[in-house]
Design a protein around this ligand. Structure first.
Ligand code: HEM
Length: 432
């Protein structure tokens, strides 16, 4: 690997840093109020800001060219070796989200055909049916609903059906329960990384959850090996897939990592996008009236203001230069869809909810890389089209049959693994 120091020259300045007297730097603030911290870094330092995080510097990049550099053109200089990703790897192993290098490249090649638009289209009727059942249930019993929880169950059901043709959203489902234990541990470990290695109750639940998921998923895979072409679900597509270069298929362990990756990466992100969309529609009844026909623009505008993946984290393995600043090797580099999607230079009246930003020609002069809810470059979300089809179908079906009414209070974001509505989201639901 060539070192680029000589090319870049030692004279490039480091990015401006947000002052701190604390030897741990901004670690605690990043844990407790990350969005506020990111905003402050942007307001005080501009498009490239440097924050001391106790053991390392973290560079926060909010310029489109910088985002392009980190995620696309210079992607080979950066890895995902950050604390959050290493923690996820304990669970997801060498699945697509957490693998690196040659292993990732091969998996991505094998998995890509499973997300072909035709394959996704085949899942849409099932998605619509699941949403219609919710509409029927709620029309029969109108009233206040835990929307965040309900959207979670709905997307979990769809994830189970599209992945391995099983409904895992029921309370009695072993997979659903185990996943719950795993997720709550991640929430705790991300907000309190110092506790992560200790055998707390959450940690024991996490380990038991992983053991259950391993057993159940490996068992499903073993049964499916008997007749791999019986199902046209994602697992079936993964089992039939062959690497076009080597002709190899996925091993049982690769399938296990990939199934759990899709389950985790796919369902909570989409469920949050939907919950936020319904929150926004409840606050804008005039938009809600037109939502069935404009579901895709509503989803896109919702993900602008509330991107489920609110930050993408990388480690610079080699020195780089971004916007005229030196990014030393070994530092973290974060790009935040949350910050970019509200950047006042690129969005008129950035806090206003307006789906027409994503209709017709409205976005034609918008620079690339100011909107990237699914990331960009080689590690861009493989499930993007799946997620958009799902969100569009569910939101369209729900708003065709139902009306969502809020009490007017503002719901803040809770940026943990994904950006959730803080304290959940309750709305009154009635027949439309
Ligand atoms: C609204 C829903 C979704 C959002 C906002 C979202 C967002 C993202 C983002 C931002 C990344 C890139 C992460 C990075 O660069 O660090 C990503 C990667 C990924 N997503 Fe999604 N995602 C969504 C739905 C899905 C679905 C439905 C699936 C699968 C069925 C999925 C599977 C994955 C996988 C496997 C990766 C890793 C890809 C790779 O590194 O090659 N996502 N997602």
């Amino acid at each position: 690997m060539t070192t680029s120091t000589a090319l870049l020259g030692p004279e490039l300045p480091l990015p401006p840093s947000l002052p701190t007297w604390n030897p741990l730097g901004h670690v605690l603030r990043f844990k407790n109020q990350p969005l506020e911290l990111l905003n402050e870094a942007f307001d005080r330092c501009g498009d490239v800001a440097r924050l001391w995080m106790g053991v390392r510097w973290m560079n926060v990049i909010s310029a489109p060219a910088g985002v392009q550099r980190v995620l696309v053109d210079g992607a080979a200089r950066y890895t995902k070796k950050t604390a959050g990703s290493l923690l996820l790897r304990k669970f997801l192993g060498q699945g697509l989200l957490t693998a690196e290098g040659a292993r990732w490249k091969q998996q991505r090649r094998i998995a890509t055909p499973a997300f072909h638009p035709q394959k996704i289209a085949a899942f849409v009727p099932g998605m619509r049916r699941a949403a219609e059942e919710v509409v029927e249930r709620w029309v029969a019993t109108p009233g206040e609903r835990d929307i965040a929880g309900e959207m979670n169950r709905l997307t979990l059901r769809i994830a189970g059906e599209t992945l391995f043709s099983m409904d895992i959203s029921r309370e009695s489902s072993e997979i659903g329960q185990a996943l719950d234990g795993v997720m709550s541990y991640f929430l705790g470990a991300i907000t309190n990384p110092l506790l992560a290695p200790f055998p707390t109750r959450a940690r024991r639940r996490f380990e038991a959850g992983v053991r259950t998921l391993d057993r159940v998923v490996l068992d499903i895979i073993a049964r499916r090996r008997q007749d791999p072409e019986k199902y046209e679900d994602l697992l079936g597509l993964f089992m039939q897939a062959r690497d076009e270069e080597t002709g190899e298929g996925m091993s049982d362990l690769q399938l296990r990592d990939e199934v759990l990756t899709m389950l985790l990466a796919g369902h909570e992100t989409t469920s949050n996008a939907l919950a936020w969309a319904l929150y926004r529609l409840a606050r804008h009844p005039e938009v809600q009236e037109t939502a069935p026909a404009r579901a895709e623009a509503v989803v896109k505008e919702t993900m602008r203001l509330h991107p489920p993946a609110w930050i993408l984290a990388r480690k610079a393995e080699e020195e780089d230069s971004i916007e005229g600043y030196r990014i030393p090797a070994g530092t973290f580099v974060f790009v935040s869809p949350y910050l970019m999607h509200r950047h006042p230079r690129y969005w008129a009246d950035p806090l206003r909810f307006d789906p027409s930003r994503f209709e017709g020609d409205a976005g034609k002069d918008r620079p690339k890389f100011v909107y990237f809810p699914f990331g960009a470059g080689p590690r861009r979300c493989i499930g993007e089209n799946f997620a958009l089809a799902e969100a569009r179908t569910l939101l369209g079906t729900l708003t065709e049959g139902l009306r969502f009414i809020g009490d007017g209070h503002e719901v803040l974001g809770d940026p943990s693994v994904t950006l959730r509505p803080r304290g959940g989201l309750r709305l009154r639901v009635e027949r439309r």
